[in-house]
Design a protein around this ligand. Structure first.
Ligand SMILES: [Zn+2]
Ligand SMILES: [Zn+2]
Length: 343
């Protein structure tokens, strides 16, 4: 993995100064062999808790994946701590462009089997044999090449609100599904086409590119640092922005606007809209796109059934939920019969 600082010391300084007492929203990941994830997890929690870090961090034998926010005034101490860990020294930090003090409300550091639930058996292929990393400038060049096939490695609800022009956006619920679909679509072009891929922050492409190389694709490229880093470079180097709409993010903001294009529509009335919400019915929580008018007429619910439940007194709602599990609906992101305008 290529390692470098996203921001120069000077840029970082400017950002911290601008943020003042505010928080910086940061994400990073690293594939590395962690011998004792539990011990490492405890170490991170104790240190970061003292620095008032908030966020969601996954630790596994295969590495670490972190989305967090840190008070600007503690950033240097946080960075120093990262640099004291051998495999995190100079790790690329993605710093969100729109700062938001409420992006995370708790510090959660969890030990998982994997840092990304990718559904892959890693023993079948060598994850270190990945694709060629490209920066925003090279990526812009590559995607204009007629021999390029550009693939969005994210799920349907992510690419729905924003994607690169001319990208293939598989209509999938999971990363694992898109791997097979794309391989099948391109099975006759493993040698003659350039397979160029991207995702939110680059982590999914780390695995996907290695997987496709293992499957016989000869020219595999990946957007280093994903859409987040692309956007930063486009602004920094004044490059042409080829991303349309919003970048879906996994915190309460749901999406970061990259261009003014609104490429999605309200799932209830069909009008142009790219705001994701969760159904206000606690027993539903369906993720879907809802415009302001529909939000007010539907009480922020996905259906009249949910609206009726949401209108009940809290204790009655709780009684209704008893013994039922909502997890399947939470993961059925944006898929429901009641959403007429979901493409
Ligand atoms: Zn609407
Ligand atoms: Zn609902």
């Amino acid at each position: 993995m290529q390692l470098y600082n996203t921001l120069s010391a000077k840029e970082r300084e400017a950002l911290i100064e601008e943020a003042g007492k505010e928080r910086l929203t940061i994400s990073f990941y690293q594939y590395a062999h962690i011998k004792n994830p539990e011990l490492f997890r405890n170490h991170l929690f104790i240190t970061w808790n003292e620095l008032d870090v908030l966020g969601r961090i996954y630790v596994a034998f295969e590495g670490i994946n972190a989305q967090l926010s840190v008070p600007a005034e503690n950033f240097e101490a946080f960075k120093k701590h990262l640099d004291s860990i051998s495999f995190l020294e100079n790790v690329r930090l993605n710093i969100a462009i729109e700062q938001d003090n409420k992006s995370f409300l708790k510090l959660k550091v969890k030990v998982r089997d994997k840092i990304v639930a990718d559904g892959l058996d890693d023993n079948l292929f060598d994850v270190t044999k990945k694709g060629i990393h490209v920066d925003a400038e090279k990526f812009n060049e590559l995607i204009e090449d007629p021999d390029t096939v550009l693939v969005d490695m994210r799920n349907h609800y992510e690419s729905e609100i924003g994607h690169f022009k001319n990208a293939i956006t598989p209509d999938v619920d999971t990363f694992r599904d898109s791997l097979d679909i794309i391989e099948n679509d391109l099975k006759d072009h493993k040698e003659d086409k350039k397979l160029v891929m991207y995702c939110t922050g680059g982590i999914r492409c780390e695995k996907a590119s290695a997987y496709y190389k293992h499957k016989g694709f000869k020219q595999v490229y990946q957007l280093e640092g994903g859409i987040i880093e692309y956007t930063r470079q486009v602004q920094d180097k004044k490059l042409e922005n080829k991303f349309m709409g919003k970048n879906f993010v996994f915190d309460h903001r749901r999406g970061e606007r990259i261009s003014d294009d609104v490429i999605a529509n309200c799932h209830q009335c069909g009008k142009a809209c790219d705001n994701h919400v969760n159904c206000a019915n606690e027993a539903c929580h369906l993720l879907f796109i809802q415009c302001e008018e529909c939000a007010s007429s539907m009480d922020q619910c996905c259906s009249t059934a949910c609206k009726d439940i949401h209108a009940l007194p809290f204790e009655e709602q709780k009684a209704l939920r008893k013994g039922k599990t909502v997890s399947n609906k939470i993961f059925k992101k944006g898929r429901s019969e009641v959403l007429k305008f979901k493409k």
